[in-house]
Structures are given as C-alpha cells and as structure tokens.
Design a protein around this ligand. Sequence first.
Ligand code: HEC
Ligand code: HEC
Length: 151
Amino acid sequence: MSRLILSLTLSALSLSASKPQSKPIPDRNLGLSRTSVFEVPSPPAYQDEASGPGEKPLPKRINREYPPVIPHSLADCLPITRGSNLCLECHSVPGPKKKGEPTPIPASHFMDLRRAPEVKGKEVAGTRYVCISCHVPRTDAPPAVGNGFRN
Ligand code: HEC
Ligand code: HEC
C-alpha cells in the first residue's frame, strides 16, 4: 500500500515539474533586432562623426571611469600602426586642458598596471597604445539598448 502511495506521489510530482511555469517567449523578442531569429536583418545605416577636433562641444561624460567617446572625426588617424599614432601626437600635451585643445592623456595611461602599477612611466603604456580598443568614435547610430545609468 505504502508503495502505491509513494509511486502516486512521485508521478504527481513529475507531472507538476513538467507543467510549463510561464508563457513561451516569442522568437521576435529574443534578440536586439526584434525580428524573427530566422531573418538576417541588415543593421540601420549610420554616419560617422564628420566634425574636426574642437569644432563641436564635448558630449557630457556619464562616468569619469568610462573611456570617453571620441567626439571628432577619425579621418587620417587610422590605422594606428607601430610607426604612426596621430592620436598620441595630438593628445600628448601637458595639462591642464585648455578649451578647444586636445584633452591631455591622463596619468593612468602612463602606468603599466601589470608590472609597475604605482609608477607613472615616461611613455604611454603598451596596453594603451591602440586607443580605439577602448575609445569608440561618435556616430549618429541610436543605441541598440537604452542606458539609464547616471553617476
Ligand atoms: C588633430 C588633433 C587630434 C587628433 C589627431 C586626435 N584628436 Fe582627439 N581631440 C582633439 C581635440 C582638440 C579634442 C578636444 C575637443 C574639445 O575640447 O572641444 C579631442 C577630444 C578627444 C576626446 C574626448 C576627451 C574628453 O575630454 O571627453 C577623446 C576621447 C579623443 N579626442 C580621442 C582621440 C583618439 C583615440 C584619437 C585617435 C584615433 C584622436 N583623439 C585623435 C584633437 C585630436
Ligand atoms: C585599455 C583601455 C584604454 C586605452 C587603450 C586608451 N584609453 Fe584613454 N581612457 C580610458 C579610460 C577608462 C579613461 C577614463 C579614466 C581615466 O581617465 O583614466 C580614459 C580617458 C582618456 C581621456 C580623457 C582624460 C580626461 O582628463 O578626462 C583621454 C584624452 C584619453 N583617454 C585618450 C587616450 C588616447 C589618446 C589613447 C591612445 C594613445 C587612449 N586613451 C587609450 C581607457 C583607455
């Protein structure tokens, strides 16, 4: 008898476990593009920033610890190679920043965080050399996902 009760309880449990808990999510709501996962949508066209350095006011910084967006055109700056880095040429200026002049490269970029994290070296650390690995150029593309973060 107790065996029967046990097997009945177990089958009742497995039934309740297999019952769907919530409604399925439609495939259109799974990705950022809001289309069916079987479609391959082309991303909306966007324009790169065309203004020269210092022509437009700097965008507001949301967070001081976040790499600021490059607010000007990158024409002629790329590619950054071992022998040529125009970002460095313009931005290697002593502080404090003057209005409309390149923002000086901050002290953090002269520190080799892996080998000598406390020491400010004479040159920009190798890990900071390719500026565009952290600083993204400004475009008119709307953000794929909204961000309400405020500092
Ligand atoms: C011809 C000189 C020049 C070159 C080349 C140049 N910049 Fe600039 N950059 C400026 C100036 C001038 C400003 C500041 C504009 C202002 O204050 O209105 C600026 C602003 C910036 C800022 C914004 C800083 C802030 O305070 O918000 C970043 C980031 C930046 N540049 C990164 C780069 C990177 C990365 C490169 C290379 C891909 C580069 N720049 C190449 C002149 C230059
Ligand atoms: C590994 C990521 C990384 C790389 C590579 C990098 N940066 Fe930055 N950058 C940051 C971060 C994070 C900040 C904000 C925090 C700070 O000031 O250290 C910043 C801040 C800046 C600022 C603003 C300073 C200020 O006073 O507000 C300038 C200008 C700048 N970087 C220029 C450059 C240039 C030029 C290069 C290439 C030579 C470069 N960065 C490479 C991450 C990076």
